[in-house]
Write a protein that binds this ligand. Structure first.
Ligand SMILES: Cc1cc2nc3c(=O)[nH]c(=O)nc-3n(C[C@H](O)[C@H](O)[C@H](O)COP(=O)(O)OP(=O)(O)OC[C@H]3O[C@@H](n4cnc5c(N)ncnc54)[C@H](O)[C@@H]3O)c2cc1C
Length: 567
C-alpha cells in the first residue's frame, strides 16, 4: 500500500508535474478567475460565452439562471465584482455555484492529473485512440530482432532530471495503468502501433515485465542505453533481479520484441526509431482466455467480468504446449507469466500448470536463452521456404551467436527465459529449433511435449462437442479470439456447455482441456495446424490440419485430449 502511495506521490515531482499542474488545476483556476474577473452584465458568466460553454460541457455543470438571478437582479451587478456591495448583492446562486465550480474544478484537476496522455479517459492507453509512448530503451537482441521499451509519453523524465526512483523507499517510480494491469491478469494481449506517415497499424505483443528488484538502475540511466547493455539485463546479470510482483504488472512500461522483416513497412519503421522517439499505441486487445480454457475460473474480477471469486481451481495441473515461430515467443511468455508468476492464479507449486514451449527460428542466433552451443550449419532444405528470405544471412548470424555465447553478455530476453527455467524447473520447459542448424519441430517433439502435459491431467467432465470453450469443432467456427465478450455474452451459445451439462455452474469448478497454442508467421501456423480461415470478414480458426492434424487423426486422439488454438 505504502509503496503504491509513494509511487503516486513520486509522480508529483519533476517537470511533468509542472506541466500537469498547468493543464489541470492551475489551468482550470485561470479559466475560473477570468470568468469572475470579467463578469457579464448579469454579474456571472454568460451561459452563451464560449468560455462558459466550455466549462459547462467539461464539468457537466449547467449554469442555469435562478428566478432570483433573472427577475430581481439589481442593476448594480454591472459594477465590478470586486466592490463589497457587488459581492454582497450577488445572489446566492453564483456564490453557491462558485463553491460548486471550485469543487468541480478541483475534482476535475485530480481527474485530469491522472489522465496523463490518455485522450478519452483515466488511463495512459485505450483501445480506440492512439496515445504517445516514448522509447526509453532499445536493445538489439539478434541480427534481425530488437526489443524496445516504451513508456507513456507524458511521463518520461528527461535525462538528468529526477532519479526515476522514489527517494523515500527507493522504489522505481513509473506509470500505473489499470488497463495494462487487467491485460496482464487476463494473460494474452497485444497492442497496436501506428506508422504515422503511412497511417498503417500492426499488432505487437508486450513481453512480460522483467523480475527486477527496486534497487535496479534508475530510469535516468535506462535512457542512455542503446545497444544491448540495458539496465534490466545488467541488473539480472549482477544478481539484483528480484521477483515479478503484482505492482510490476501495473507499470505501464511495455517491452516489445520486434523482428525486422525484409520489405516490411512497420517493422522497418520501428527498427529506425531510437531512444527518445515517440510511437503511437492503442490497446490493449485481449486474446483467448487461456486460464478459463484449461479449466480455471480466473483469479480476479478485473472489471471484464472474467473473475470467479472463490472459484475452486480444478485445472491447475493441466498443460499448455506452445509452438512458437520467431517473435511468436512473446505470447508464449505471456502465458508462462500468467500461469506461473501470477500468485493470484496459482499460489502453490502443485497447482501450477505445466508449460512446454517449442521455439523455432530461422537462425540459431535468434534462439535466445538457449544455453547449448549451436551446431555447425548443415546444408539442408528449409521446411517452410518463406523463411529463407534473401538478405537473411543465417550463417553470419550463427557465427555471431557462437561469438555471443562465448564473449558477449546475454540479452535481457535470454536472461528472462533462463530465469523462468530457474524459478519453475518442473513447470517450464523450452526447446529450441533452428532452421539453419537443421533442427525442426517434428511429430515426436510435439508428442513428447503433449505426453508430459497429459500425464498431469486432472479429472474433468466430458467435453461437450458444442462447447465453444473446450471443443475443437466449436472453436474452429469461432469468429475471433475475443473470449472476454464471449464470457460476458448472454447468448447461451457462448456459455460453457460442458459445465452446464455436468451441473457444475453452482460449484464454480471449471472443466478444462490441455492446450496446444501456436503463434508465429502465417506459414508457420499453416505448417503445423493448418491455415486460419477468412469467412464473412472474420478470421476464423479453421480446421486442424498440418502436423497436428496428422497427429490427431493418426494417433486417434479424443477431441478433449487437447485443444488447438491458433493465435
Ligand atoms: C496479435 C499479433 C501479435 C503480434 N506480435 C508481434 C510481436 O510481438 N513482434 C513482431 O515482430 N511481430 C508481431 N506481430 C506481427 C506484426 O503485426 C507485423 O505483421 C510484423 O511486424 C510485420 O509487419 P510489417 O509491416 O513490417 O510487414 P508487412 O509489410 O506487413 O509484410 C512484409 C512481409 O513479411 C511477411 N511477414 C509478416 N509478418 C511476419 C512474421 N512475423 N514473420 C515472418 N514473415 C512475416 C509478410 O507476409 C510479408 O511478406 C504480431 C501480429 C499479430 C496479429
Amino acid at each position: 500500500m505504502r509503496g503504491n502511495a509513494m509511487r503516486w506521490l513520486g509522480r508529483l515531482r519533476g517537470p511533468s508535474r509542472a506541466a500537469q499542474s498547468f493543464f489541470s488545476y492551475d489551468h482550470s483556476r485561470v479559466i475560473f478567475r477570468r470568468l469572475y474577473r470579467n463578469p457579464t452584465p448579469a454579474g456571472r458568466p454568460s451561459q452563451n460565452s464560449p468560455l462558459s460553454r466550455a466549462l459547462c460541457s467539461s464539468s457537466k455543470l449547467q449554469l442555469k439562471a435562478t428566478p432570483s438571478d433573472s427577475e430581481s437582479a439589481p442593476s448594480d451587478r454591472t459594477q465590478p465584482s470586486t466592490t463589497p456591495q457587488t459581492r454582497n448583492s450577488h445572489p446566492r446562486g453564483p456564490r453557491w455555484m462558485l463553491l460548486v465550480l471550485i469543487f468541480a474544478t478541483s475534482a476535475g484537476s485530480a481527474y485530469l492529473y491522472r489522465r496523463q496522455s490518455a485522450a478519452i479517459d483515466d488511463d495512459v492507453i485505450n483501445t480506440s485512440t492512439f496515445t504517445a509512448f516514448t522509447i526509453t530503451e532499445r536493445e538489439q537482441v539478434s541480427p534481425t530482432a530488437f526489443i524496445i521499451t516504451l513508456r507513456p509519453g507524458a511521463w518520461v523524465v528527461p535525462r538528468g532530471l529526477g532519479s526515476g526512483c522514489d527517494e523515500e523507499d527507493d522504489e522505481p517510480v513509473g506509470f500505473l495503468s489499470n488497463r495494462i494491469r487487467d491485460a496482464w491478469r487476463h494473460g494474452l494481449w497485444s497492442v497496436e502501433i501506428k506508422q504515422p506517415q503511412l497511417q498503417i497499424a500492426r499488432h505487437y505483443t508486450p513481453l512480460p515485465p522483467l523480475p527486477i528488484s527496486p534497487s535496479s538502475p534508475s530510469m535516468e540511466s535506462k535512457g542512455t542505453s542503446e545497444n544491448g547493455n540495458v539496465s534490466e539485463a545488467q541488473a539480472m546479470r549482477s544478481g539484483k533481479a528480484g521477483r515479478v510482483t503484482e505492482d510490476q504488472d501495473e507499470q505501464a512500461d511495455l517491452r516489445i520484441l520486434v523482428r525486422r522483416m525484409d520489405g516490411g513497412e512497420m517493422s522497418n519503421y520501428l527498427s529506425r526509431q531510437r531512444v527518445g522517439d515517440t510511437l503511437w499505441l492503442r490497446g490493449p486487445h485481449l486474446g483467448f482466455d487461456v486460464p478459463r480454457r484449461i479449466g480455471d475460473g480466473g483469479a480476479y474480477d478485473n472489471g471484464t467480468g472474467m473473475g470467479d471469486v472463490g472459484a475452486q481451481r480444478v485445472g491447475g495441473q493441466r498443460g499448455v504446449v506452445f509452438l512458437a515461430g520467431g517473435t511468436g515467443i512473446a505470447p508464449a511468455l505471456q502465458i508462462a507469466h500468467k500461469l506461473l508468476d501470477d500468485n493470484g492464479y496459482s499460489e502453490s507449486a502443485e497447482s501450477r500448470p505445466h508449460i512446454s514451449i517449442l521455439w523455432a527460428n530461422r537462425c540459431g542466433a535468434d534462439a535466445l536463452g538457449c544455453e547449448k552451443f549451436p551446431a555447425l550449419p548443415r546444408k539442408s532444405g528449409n521446411w517452410f521456404r518463406f523463411w529463407d528470405r534473401p538478405g537473411t544471412d543465417c550463417n553470419a548470424a550463427l557465427q555471431k551467436k557462437r561469438k555471443q555465447l562465448t564473449e558477449e553478455p546475454a540479452s535481457s530476453l535470454a536472461l528472462q527465459i533462463q530465469d523462468l527455467k530457474r524459478r519453475h524447473p518442473s513447470h517450464f520447459e523450452i526447446s529450441y529449433f533452428a532452421d539453419d542448424e537443421g533442427s525442426f519441430i517434428k511429430a515426436h517433439d510435439v508428442e513428447a511435449a503433449l505426453a508430459s502435459a497429459v500425464k498431469r491431467l486432472s479429472p474433468c467432465p466430458d467435453i461437450h462437442k458444442d462447447c465453444t470453450w473446450h471443443s475443437q469443432g466449436a472453436v474452429e467456427l469461432l469468429p475471433d479470439d475475443n473470449d472476454v465478450s464471449r464470457f460476458s455474452s448472454p447468448d447461451p451459445a457462448c456459455a460453457c456447455i460442458c459445465a452446464l451439462k455436468a451441473g457444475l455452474e453452482a460449484t464454480a469448478a471449471r472443466p478444462g482441456v490441455n492446450l496446444v497454442c501456436l503463434s508465429g508467421p502465417d506459414g508457420f501456423i499453416e505448417a503445423y495446424a493448418g491455415a486460419k480461415r477468412w469467412h464473412d470478414g472474420n478470421e476464423m480458426q479453421g480446421a486442424i490440419r498440418g502436423l497436428l492434424g496428422v497427429l490427431k487423426k493418426e494417433k486417434g486422439k479424443k477431441d478433449n485430449d487437447w485443444l488447438v488454438l491458433k493465435l
